[in-house]
Design a protein around this ligand. Structure first.
Ligand SMILES: [Zn+2]
Length: 258
């Protein structure tokens, strides 16, 4: 049976375990300890590690895991990934050994310069592992890329099927939705989502994954091209936004201060 299990790490990271019976692949193991605790408890061994980008809270556990289990490490070709054995880039298709899953690599620069996302089918549903590019209800900060790059990256993800499950790297949903409500205070879909996610967090449950359809309907960073969102971005910036990228950049700037 195929399932995807969140391993919470640090304050708000999720390490994702793709499990197919007793075989698992690990996405973004920033910390080896909680992953090892899970593997020991379940008496299973990993068959691969997948990295989305080079930040320590996503790859910091690679070497400790590799010291114990020598498995292939997939990672972006344009970044330095500890222990990487398979350098991949947009357009590549990989088969993850053991769990028998196929993923297409999508280049999504913006948060970091070489950030990649993994898209494929697991357990009969389309799934996306997008690290710190698209968040549930928001998007990553632009540490190494431009607004124009991030817009293009988010557009590539928006084109995925609406039922795609979005597995991002952090539990940021409630803070993201607070910002989304400041941008689109009249959105009924947003209010419904916010109430549902608040209830989930109150029960101690993850709000990740969401679906791409829900992100397109409620995530302001995927809606920067819409007149209502542009008007809010303009009002906050105090000057007109010339195009979709300028609207996105104004939103990102607004969120940085929010
Ligand atoms: Zn990051």
């Amino acid at each position: 049976m195929a399932e995807i299990i969140p391993i919470p790490a640090f304050a708000d990271n999720y390490i994702w375990i793709l499990r197919n019976d007793n075989l698992v692949a690990i996405v973004d193991p920033g910390d080896a300890a909680p992953v090892m605790a899970y593997l020991e408890r379940e008496q299973i061994a990993p068959c691969a590690i997948l990295a989305t980008h080079h930040h320590g809270d996503h790859v910091g556990g690679n070497l400790a895991l590799l010291a114990r289990w020598q498995v292939p490490v997939f990672g972006p070709s344009r970044e330095k990934i500890p222990g990487r054995t398979q350098a991949v880039a947009g357009g590549d298709r990989i088969v993850v050994p053991g769990i028998d899953a196929t993923f297409d690599i999508i280049d999504v620069p913006g948060h970091t310069a070489g950030h990649i996302a993994y898209f494929g089918e697991f357990g009969g549903v389309p799934v996306l592992f997008c690290g710190d590019t698209l968040f549930t209800g928001g998007c990553g900060r632009l540490f190494e890329g431009t607004p124009s790059q991030m817009c293009a990256s988010l557009s590539a993800l928006k084109a995925l099927p609406p039922e795609t499950r979005v597995y991002c790297g952090h539990e940021y949903t409630l803070a993201n939705l607070r910002f989304a409500l400041a941008v689109e205070p009249g959105s009924a879909a947003l209010k419904v989502r916010d109430a549902r996610e608040q209830a989930r967090r109150a029960r101690g449950e993850p709000t990740v994954p969401s679906t791409m359809g829900e992100e397109c309907a409620t995530n302001p960073f995927l809606r920067a091209h819409l007149p209502g969102v542009k008007a809010a971005a303009t009002a906050h910036a105090g000057h007109a936004v010339a195009d979709d990228v300028a609207s996105f950049a104004a939103l990102r700037e607004w969120k940085n201060q929010f």
